[in-house]
Design a protein around this ligand. Structure first.
Ligand SMILES: *[C@@H]1O[C@H](CO)[C@@H](O)[C@H](O)[C@H]1NC(C)=O
Length: 292
């Protein structure tokens, strides 16, 4: 009897554990379910490991790319990425949210490749109604091609925060009250592409892509979107992990976040449009007055 009882207990435990595993897996993205490959014939983009891994590649004929099936209006969206290793000079891996059609809203991460041993530049920007010109660039405190790291966009009604492994690197506050357009009405998809941009990407275009190193490959895993998803058939959206006051929807940067942001800006920021007045003969954009 003791044997039977422990068998039952073990079985029950197994069932509970597998349910937990299932629930956890269900809340995490799957590339087969959540994305469409939109660019790059002949297997340049491929989804592997039952939808848990995606790779983009670039050769002299073409790059490749994918986009989310869902459209979002606000979210906290994470992606693990491992960038092109070795000599990635001339390549750009873009990972961004964008609305469709003209005058787009857009929130960007772009990774500009470099020669082996030289740092990638992480380029960020935000567009509202088609207007960008808000570049901030960073080097990273690790080699982004050696391992997967998490790149996150928190986009809620208060602010947009770009984070790397949970460390905020940039914030764009909602300053609509001061006349700065904020992306809060257009649905966005998640996009990524790997392409050749050797006219400008590496040291301003001085270093060209070395095609003898092709194909160049970037890898993706661990997609997670706690987001408000638009359901076209229903004409409405539902928000994952809620609009509760302490959830992502209401999140605002706390003191720890601010401290980390300052650490990144002090040590790793290599360009900031807000400190480049010669680009703005009529004065710096109003959002620059926040200091970020
Ligand atoms: C590449 O390396 C050079 C030299 O260290 C650096 O100035 C530059 O910011 C790096 N990134 C790119 C994309 O050029």
């Amino acid at each position: 009897m003791a044997g039977a009882a422990s068998f039952t207990t073990t079985t029950l435990l197994f069932v509970l554990l597998s349910q937990t595993a299932f629930t956890a897996a269900a809340s995490i993205g799957n590339f087969l379910r959540d994305f469409d490959i939109t660019w790059g014939n002949n297997g340049r983009a491929k989804i592997m490991n039952d939808g848990n891994l995606l790779q983009l590649s670039l050769d002299q004929k073409s790059g490749s790319g994918f986009q989310s099936k869902n459209q979002y209006l606000f979210g906290k969206i994470d992606m693990k990425m491992k960038l092109v290793p070795g000599n990635s000079a001339g390549t750009v891996t873009a990972y961004y949210l964008s609305s469709q059609g003209p005058e787009q809203d857009e929130i960007d991460f772009e990774f500009l490749g470099n020669l082996s041993g030289q740092p990638y530049t992480l380029h960020t920007n935000v567009f509202t109604r088609g207007k960008g010109n808000r570049e901030q660039q960073f080097h990273l405190w690790f080699d982004p091609a050696a391992d997967f790291h998490t790149y996150s966009i928190l986009w809620n009604p208060q602010q947009i925060v770009w984070s790397v492994d949970g460390v905020p690197i940039r914030v764009f506050d909602n300053l609509e009250k001061r006349g700065v357009l904020y992306p809060n009405s257009r649905l966005m998809r998640v996009y990524s592409s790997l392409w050749n941009a050797d006219e400008w990407a590496t040291r301003g275009g001085l270093v060209k892509t070395d095609w003898s190193k092709a194909p160049f490959v970037a890898s993706y895993s661990g997609f997670n979107a706690d987001a408000c998803v638009w359901h076209p058939a229903a004409g409405s959206s539902t928000c994952a992990n809620g609009r509760s006051s302490n959830g992502w929807f209401g999140e605002e940067m706390d003191a720890t976040g601010l401290q980390r942001l300052k650490w990144v800006r002090k040590n790793y920021m290599v360009y900031n449009y807000c400190t480049d007045p010669k680009r703005f003969p009529h004065g710096l954009p109003p959002e620059c007055s926040t200091g970020f």
